[in-house]
Design a protein around this ligand. Structure first.
Ligand SMILES: Nc1ncnc2c1ncn2[C@@H]1O[C@H](COP(=O)(O)OP(=O)(O)O)[C@@H](O)[C@H]1O
Ligand SMILES: Cc1ncc(COP(=O)(O)O)c(N)n1
Length: 276
């Protein structure tokens, strides 16, 4: 009997590993909770480095505790020393010091670096500021040049570029820092569609369009999208396929939670409901 269970385990292939470096959301909508459930739905083992602990629910953010940088560095070293990580995503980093320290650790890695997805979290769905001007500047100067792909929403793309252009223009501008870019389109258009703009350095921005889901349950949407993108890259997808699949996953999860009521504010995107 025990031989059967041992035998079954030994035969199954190990899953790819993705790492999230992000904050926790006590309400379970955004941050680490969104990332780990999304990785699991993609059959990817999730490791996590916690950068900040937020007291947060569907109505807002009450308190933020930044994890000391030395501890964040120790968490990162523990994961990278032991696990073979196939993709990394960053979410809320919270302080400029955390952004710089992570950039230095990443830049100093001599072994081959897996794809790095940077979701430059600056403002929560509730409007709370999760990264101020110093954090914004640290992203631009230190982390974005090291990223494989950066996934700002439209407000974040405006903040990072200092421009107020069309999303495709902002996406193209951000590629000048080095990474590929997806400017996400969470504000449904009058046509009933959402458009994400994918720009790969040296190429023209490409619109990735999908039907909009009408819902108030969208807390954690950007985290879910960037985690799905990292999971797809960990599974070996190319960037364009990964961006399309991540949007399809996010849209499905928005649809699943569409009629729910969880909490009194902007409810969570669904983190249940099956696998990819
Ligand atoms: N109401 C919606 N309907 C369909 N897709 C959406 C909706 N809101 C967001 N998305 C998709 O979710 C992903 C994350 O986008 P966005 O909401 O802009 O991120 P953020 O939460 O960082 O603002 C994108 O692929 C975007 O197109
Ligand atoms: C810990 C943490 N990380 C990220 C977000 C952004 O997510 P959203 O834009 O959906 O509020 C958040 N609210 N909290």
């Amino acid at each position: 009997m025990s031989g059967l269970s041992r035998g079954t385990g030994a035969l199954s292939a190990s899953p790819p590993v993705a790492l999230t470096i992000a904050g926790s959301d006590s309400g379970g909508a955004a941050g680490i909770a969104a990332d780990l459930t999304t990785f699991a739905a993609h059959g990817v083992h999730g490791a996590c480095v916690v950068t900040a602990v937020t007291a947060q629910d569907t109505t807002g953010v009450r308190d933020v505790h930044a994890v000391p940088t030395a501890n964040v560095e120790a968490q990162l070293a523990a994961v990278l020393d032991d696990l073979t990580v196939a993709a990394v995503k960053t979410g809320m980093l919270g302080t400029a010091q955390a952004v710089v320290s992570l950039s230095e650790a990443w830049g100093a890695r001599s072994r081959s670096r897996p794809p790095l997805v940077v979701d430059p979290v600056l403002v929560a769905t509730s409007g709370a500021v999760l990264g101020g001007e110093e954090v914004r500047r640290a992203y631009v100067e230190h982390l974005l040049p090291l990223a494989t792909v950066v996934t700002p929403n439209r407000d974040e793309a405006r903040a990072l570029t200092g421009h107020d252009g069309r999303p495709e223009e902002l996406a193209a501008l951000l590629t000048e820092l080095g990474p590929a870019v997806v400017v996400t389109g969470g504000d449904p258009e009058a046509s009933g569609l959402c458009t994400d703009w994918l720009a790969i350095p040296g190429g023209d921005p490409v619109p990735l369009t999908h039907p909009a889901v009408v819902t108030r349950n969208d807390h954690g949407t950007g985290c879910t999208y960037s985690a799905a993108l990292a999971a797809q890259l960990a599974r070996g997808a190319d960037l364009t396929a990964a961006a399309r699949a991540a949007a399809a996953y996010t849209t499905r999860q928005l649809t699943l939670s569409q009629t729910w009521t969880l909490g009194r504010g902007r409810g969570p995107i669904a983190h249940t409901g099956g696998t990819v």
